[in-house]
Design a protein around this ligand. Sequence first.
Ligand code: ACO
Length: 385
Amino acid sequence: MTETQIHKGLAGVTVDTTSISKVNPETNSLLYRGYPVQELAANCSFEEVAWLLWHGELPSEAELKGFTTFERSHRALADNVKAAIDLLPITCHPMDVGRTAVSVLGANHPRAEDSSPEANLAKATELFAAFPAVVAYDQRRRRGLAPMGPREDLDYSANFLWMTFGEEAAPEVVDAFKVSMILYAEHSFNASTFAARVITSTLADLHSAVTGAIGALKGPLHGGANEAVMHTFEEIGIRKDEPEEDAAARAKAWMENALAQKNKVMGFGHRVYKNGDSRVPTMKAALDDMIKHYDRPEILGLYSGLETAMDEAKNIKPNLDYPSGPTYHLMGFDTEMFTPLFLASRITGWTAHIMEQTASNSLIRPLSEYDGPEERHLVASSVRK
Ligand code: ACO
């Protein structure tokens, strides 16, 4: 009898082709539709990258204008989405709010059951446009603040920050935020994207697939890691005005202790990249800009202390969640809002994959090896009458 090979966690298994992005662990590179993500982060708006992921090419001037006009006019939240959010306690995790909001947006949609390419593209664009308002609305209600309406004169990133904080962000803050959105947008068959593709493969609608993907993203082994990074910083202690070297020394000691106890430290390691996450240098540069902008060198100390100690002890490198967590913290977001920010960005990648899966669908249904009890039968004494 031949033994079935089990691919626990589907590690190393190639399940399909995709033309959306290429992750190359050998060269630590990530391409969106062929373009290195670093080039896109440095030269494009998030709106252009969203278009690229959906259409395969960057938009022309006219296409970008049309898309921008559409996106800016679809930013406001429907009343029943606000009402649904208001029903949720502020003690719940903001990812639960995001998941509920997307579900309501799906139920609202006049073409809810239409998964044609044209309907899916419209749904993807509308979701991309509306989701920042969900995050901003939730962040503000948790602080007891009245919601802010969207501003059509601002781009996606500037408007996101405006709706959240009620003031215009400095250009360097908008740029760092935009960079994070671009870096988080897409990463091949990660857990949440695969979840979206599995749901799509049953011919369920786009919002159902995104709702399921949000559940997968919430976990600390995936998107939840950016929050966990900040909890680590908080546990070590963020002491404003502490010299960088002192913060680094405390962080190093914390990491040595955590590793001695065989703890997993979130924000480090990656299933695919083993020599460093291709997105980290770009995000770290954005974090450096924010550290400078807000004059918070102790954050750099904590960052480098942990990184150095992990590298020395285990040669494990940071992933994207490591620099993005403290970046969002410096911008003023509550820690629990970090994963919804990742979500807002990843709507682009997920929906691109939903459209790709729909265009060449095959029901995703793997096999399993049964290792329960051998066949057995009920006996009269075990049957309840
Ligand atoms: N801290 C400490 N040790 C780690 C870490 C870590 N963050 N990551 C991996 N290791 C160690 C494991 O303990 C294991 O060691 P062992 O062989 O001595 O038992 C070895 O490295 C292999 O780890 P696995 O978890 O088996 O590797 P896998 O490829 O399955 O894990 C994963 C990848 C889940 C991302 C893992 O590195 C991890 O849990 N990291 C922390 C969570 C995290 O940051 N997730 C964000 C992912 S990126 C993103 O979503 C943008």
